[in-house]
Design a protein around this ligand. Structure first.
Ligand code: IPE
Ligand code: IPE
Ligand code: MG
Length: 241
């Protein structure tokens, strides 16, 4: 059993996941509970990232992948989609220098071609600006979908002229957006939903899942620590004995 009163110094570094991925879900319901518009929740969720990024560094996590906008999220009302795009824009404008100082290396997975030109340029220059940092890799999944990623990989594999015999798991992995990253060890989905919603469907083959019953804006350092204690107790067998 995982007791809830353990502190960070009781974390065994050998059992801290290298790569944590988070489906940051529940912003809308969090806002609704407070009688606020959904975008209020998205802003609170974005604020929350600051504490989580710091906690990742503190706990020794090396890579954090965050699901910020799915390929299916375009189907939301235009006002919400516009709001989410503008949050991404504002975060880069306001937080880039601080993130850079803290040693965060920003990356992106997904398809940038569908987002407005100015925003795409901002994302690309943020990636370039932080490329030499190595304290924490923060991989932002924006306009990301696991199926779209696999389709894109197949298109590129065919375009590059690989023969059927040359197609291995390693080759497919190499053509995914995550090609130079290890697979996630731990995938957290907040808000109590028990589904994957098209997130890292190839890469999660042997990930451990954790589903805390809190909305994303309430997922704080303590909640992350709890997730890590749960992870440390998992027995990862990879099909073996
Ligand atoms: C997650 O929160 C953020 C995005 C999907 C962009 P939601 O917006 O899905 O919040 P709920 O699930 O409706 O509460
Ligand atoms: C998944 O959450 C996408 C993100 C967190 C960005 P959704 O809220 O979009 O997923 P569903 O609709 O509950 O499956
Ligand atoms: Mg949701």
């Amino acid at each position: 059993m995982v007791s809830l009163d353990r502190t960070a110094d009781q974390l065994d570094p050998a059992f801290v996941p290298t790569h944590v991925a988070i489906i940051m879900d529940g912003n809308g319901r969090w806002a609704q509970q407070r009688g606020q518009p959904r975008l209020f929740g998205h802003r609170a969720g974005t604020e929350n990232l600051r504490e989580i990024l710091r906690a990742c560094v503190e706990f020794g996590i090396k890579i954090l992948t965050i699901y910020a906008f799915s390929t299916e999220n375009w189907g939301r009302p235009p006002e919400e989609v516009r709001g989410l795009l503008s949050i991404l824009r504002n975060v880069i404008d306001r937080e880039l220098e601080e993130l850079n100082r803290e040693g965060v290396q920003l990356r992106h997975i997904g398809d940038l071609s569908r987002i407005p030109d100015d925003l795409r340029q901002k994302v690309l220059s943020a990636i370039e600006r932080t490329a030499d940092n190595d304290r924490l890799i923060v991989n932002v999944a924006f306009n990301y979908g696991g199926r779209a990623e696999i389709v894109h990989a197949i298109q590129e594999i065919v375009r590059d002229g690989h023969s059927p015999e040359a197609i291995t798991e390693e080759l497919v992995s190499h053509y995914l957006y995550t090609s130079n990253l290890p697979d996630p060890d731990l995938i957290i989905r907040t808000s109590g939903e028990l589904r994957v919603s098209n997130f890292l469907i190839w890469q999660s083959a042997y990930a451990e899942y954790y589903f805390p019953n809190v909305y994303w804006p309430d997922f704080n350092r303590e909640e992350l620590l709890k997730a890590l204690f749960h992870f440390a107790e998992r027995d990862r067998r990879y099909g073996k004995l």
